[in-house]
Design a binder for this molecule. Structure first.
Ligand code: SF4
Ligand code: SF4
Length: 324
């Protein structure tokens, strides 16, 4: 894999403002994306501004203030702790779980896991010097997820990002206090693609939906990554049989309201097998439903521990009382 350019993501493209230098430059190099992007941007900003929507915005606002304050920490130089990689890895994994992570693993960094050009980060983070990535998962609230694609689902998403931001911040601060460099990759400040770290560290496999599918929690997780120059002990990828299962299951593809998920065979990109996703189609659904949809997470049998069993997709028509 040659690495991903964050400027190519749908979110970065939607941030481009017409008549700016960045806009002209981007579409000079990507003329094929201009028409669809202009159309999507024209429909943007139509999300309702009511008090219920503000619930999610309040959580995202908090996530972003954590990121601005803490993504890139400063090393406390005087603390020269010597600590064996085995012990440090054990401490970090314990800290992550104690702070609320449901899964945690460690992978060696690969250049391909990082964005080659960034757009949305708040800093000038450079990953080249980091040796390891600590990747962890937090679980999204299943009750709110049952409402997908309706609005409560996005509150579960926002809360997942908040939990991941806090846990990553604690790990980063711990490493900094021991004298190591560390960076908390979190919503709004991802310098890497967390699913690639997650797969490499054995947290799950990248499924048909393009999301990391955990054997215990399915794709209903949010991932955080802390990269560091500390020496750590790595975990290995695990074949849970998830990609094999996805090759015959097409629930997410069949249920996707935007037809954004491939129903064909996966493609091989270097050492990674992935299914094709059409992000523009997905984004259009988000605009329509005023949420981040999440149907692909709700319908996945792994989300409910039902892979290989008879499975009825859960759906709640009623919002929880506090969101009504
Ligand atoms: S979030 Fe919704 S629209 Fe997007 S890929 Fe998943 S199911 Fe499809
Ligand atoms: S719904 Fe089925 S095909 Fe889609 S990710 Fe889950 S197991 Fe794979």
């Amino acid at each position: 894999m040659k690495g991903f350019n964050e400027k190519d993501t749908i979110f970065s493209r939607m941030d481009l403002k017409e008549d700016t230098l960045e806009y002209k430059e981007y579409y000079k190099n990507h003329p094929d994306k201009k028409e669809i992007d202009d159309e999507l941007r024209d429909s943007d900003g139509k999300f309702p501004q009511d008090d219920v929507n503000e619930l999610a915005r309040a959580i995202f606002q908090t996530v972003h203030s954590i990121g601005i304050a803490t993504s890139e920490g400063s090393v406390i130089k005087k603390r020269n702790h010597t600590i064996e990689p085995e012990l440090l890895s054990k401490r970090i994994k314990g800290l992550a779980k104690f702070s609320g992570a449901v899964q945690v693993g460690i992978a060696k960094t690969k250049k391909d896991y990082f964005y080659i050009d960034k757009n949305k980060s708040w800093n000038s983070y450079n990953a080249n010097h980091e040796k390891y990535g600590i990747v962890f998962a937090v679980r999204m609230d299943p009750e709110l997820l049952k409402c997908a694609p309706r609005f409560p689902e996005i509150i579960a998403t926002a809360k997942g990002y908040l939990d991941a931001a806090i846990i990553g911040s604690v790990i980063k601060n711990y490493l900094n206090r021991l004298g190591f460099s560390a960076f908390n990759h979190m919503e709004g400040a991802y310098g890497c693609v967390p699913a690639l770290f997650g797969q490499a560290a054995g947290l799950g496999e990248i499924g048909r939906s393009g999301l990391l599918v955990s054997p215990e929690y399915g794709p209903a997780i949010r991932l955080g990554v802390v990269t560091t120059n500390a020496d750590l002990v790595i975990d290995n990828p695990v074949d849970y049989g998830i990609q094999k299962y996805c090759s015959t299951c097409d629930l997410c593809s069949k249920s996707c309201p935007g037809k954004a998920i491939s129903d064909s065979d996966p493609i091989q990109i270097e050492d990674c097998k992935v299914w094709k996703i059409i992000p523009e189609n997905c984004y259009r659904v988000w605009q329509k439903v005023g949420s981040d949809c999440g149907v692909c997470m709700r319908v996945c049998p792994y989300t409910w521990g039902k892979a290989g069993k008879n499975f009825e997709t859960p759906y709640s028509k009623e919002n929880p009382d506090w969101i009504k």
